[in-house]
Design a binder for this molecule. Structure first.
Ligand SMILES: Cc1cc2nc3c(=O)[nH]c(=O)nc-3n(C[C@H](O)[C@H](O)[C@H](O)COP(=O)(O)O)c2cc1C
Length: 445
């Protein structure tokens, strides 16, 4: 039986966590969330940010539409110190849908205008401009550039392929991967010109660079050893760093744990179980810090296409996971905390606070105070209530009437390649989209 979020107080929530045998950090004092911070040359006005959330609402050429603009303008007005843009494709064949953002030389001005508007809005509403990160991505096995699957994979993955077919012809060549190393460099220069403050060489959630991290059995230059599996990420970063300056940084969003046993998962024990083992993620983050000069990263977990409860613990959804959502939240923060403690110099953003609803702010403050991370990025909460940072600042708490209910409907919309936002609290058009999506499902069943 799946238990829904029902806690009437923090004490009740903590007691349930204890019963489940997990510990979650909380602090009633949220002042730490409004401390400024530096990470190398980057400066953040507070410790709250919006996590990357794909909206599938770009124009056909990949530029932001009016809907995209509205989403981001709401986030900038809401007081986030950092806005980590959603996945922006760096090549047409790697788009997750025909409506995914994609940055090109031709559409650069549209990004420039949006970024200027975000900075202006932040300055005007909150007295500071949000720090803007562009998430550069190749969707890999989840590419659907024409609106239907066109997977490009690192290796055959029996767990991922249970839900989405692929065959040997989908495996990308070493030459293709080498070419991508350069594309990440080019994307960084475009991002810089477009007014972003940083570019994220994305390696998470089952996409191409993340899949390579567990390509233990792939032959050739990008598989087998740790050096080979991390090569595209690190070379992509090295090329992106050519664009670096005092005002423009390179970062990465990384999944530290996959959820599947060796040899099909990263950050997992090599004993055939699915137990997290942070040895390789820690080694990677340490090398990014010590050898590559990366000063901040965002850590997440799982692959939302196959085990979304690992990436974003939830109450409702298409399938009911066996684990309690509080167990998922705990796995996330303690894995991230292990990395932070092992590489203390790296500024670390943690993911996945939204399940905790009106206690998510206390959790974020607790996680920072207990040394698990330096900043927390809110995903679904930012869709439901982009004003959450200002509510915490001005009213002392996130408004319980505006919190994300982790209903999973935004996840359904993005998988359907439809404009995505909060179906419960957001613009009515998202509810309309959801109704159409349900009607389509019925028609096709
Ligand atoms: C609709 C939707 C779109 C998402 N898009 C992205 C994305 O573009 N890039 C990314 O790294 N993560 C993406 N995520 C994952 C979120 O950034 C975040 O890690 C996850 O929702 C957990 O955080 P939360 O508990 O605050 O929602 C997406 C999640 C959802 C639900």
């Amino acid at each position: 039986m799946h238990e829904k979020f029902h806690y009437r107080s923090l004490e009740e929530l903590k007691a349930r966590a204890e019963e489940l045998g997990v510990y979650l950090p909380f602090s009633e004092d949220t002042a730490v969330l409004f401390e400024e911070a530096d990470a190398g040359d980057a400066h953040f006005h507070n410790r709250l940010g919006t996590a990357p959330m794909e909206g599938a609402d770009a124009e056909p050429d990949g530029s932001p539409s009016e809907l995209t603009r509205t989403r981001y303008l709401n986030e900038a007005a809401g007081g986030s110190g950092m806005i980590w843009y959603e996945a922006v494709s760096i090549v047409p064949e790697g788009r997750s849908s025909a409506h995914q953002l994609m940055i090109t030389r031709e559409n650069l001005d549209a990004y420039k205008r949006l970024n200027e508007a975000l900075k202006e809005t932040g300055e005007k509403q909150n007295g500071f401009a949000p720090y803007l990160v562009m998430q550069a991505n190749h969707s890999g096995r989840y590419s659907n550039p024409q609106g239907f699957p066109a997977p490009m994979i690192a290796y055959r993955h029996p767990y991922y392929e249970k839900l989405r077919a692929a065959d040997d012809s989908c495996i990308v060549s070493d030459d293709y991967l080498k070419g991508l190393e350069e594309r990440f460099g080019e994307a960084a220069f475009l991002a810089k010109e477009a007014g972003f403050d940083a570019v994220d060489v994305k390696a998470c959630h089952g996409y191409l660079l993340y899949e390579l991290l567990s390509a233990y059995e792939r032959p050739g230059e990008y598989g087998g050893s740790f050096e080979n599996r991390t090569k595209l990420l690190r070379h992509g970063i090295a090329n992106a760093k050519q664009a670096e300056s005092k005002d423009f940084q390179v970062t990465a969003r990384l999944s530290a744990y996959d959820g599947y046993p060796y040899p099909y998962g990263f950050g997992v024990a090599q004993d055939g179980s699915d137990t997290p083992d942070m040895t390789e993620p820690i080694r990677l983050i340490r090398e990014l810090y010590e050898e590559d000069g990366i000063r901040f990263v965002n850590i997440t977990m799982g692959n939302p296409y196959v085990n979304s409860h690992v990436t974003r613990p939830f109450d409702f959804g298409k399938y009911v996971p066996e684990e309690h959502p509080l167990v998922g939240v705990a796995r996330m923060i303690h894995g991230i905390g292990e990395i932070k403690k092992a590489v203390p110099g790296m500024f670390i953003s943690a993911s996945a606070p939204s399940y905790l609803r009106q206690y998510a702010d206390l959790y974020a403050a607790g996680a920072i105070k207990e040394g698990c991370c330096d900043q927390v990025l809110f995903g679904r909460m930012a869709f439901a209530d982009p004003d959450f940072p200002n509510e915490i600042k001005n009213a002392g708490r996130i408004d319980p009437k505006r919190v994300c209910l982790t209903c999973g409907k935004c996840g359904d919309l993005i998988r359907a390649g439809r404009p995505t936002g909060c179906v419960v609290r957001g613009n009515r058009l998202y509810l309309e989209q959801y109704k159409e999506y349900m009607a389509d499902l019925k028609k096709n069943s």
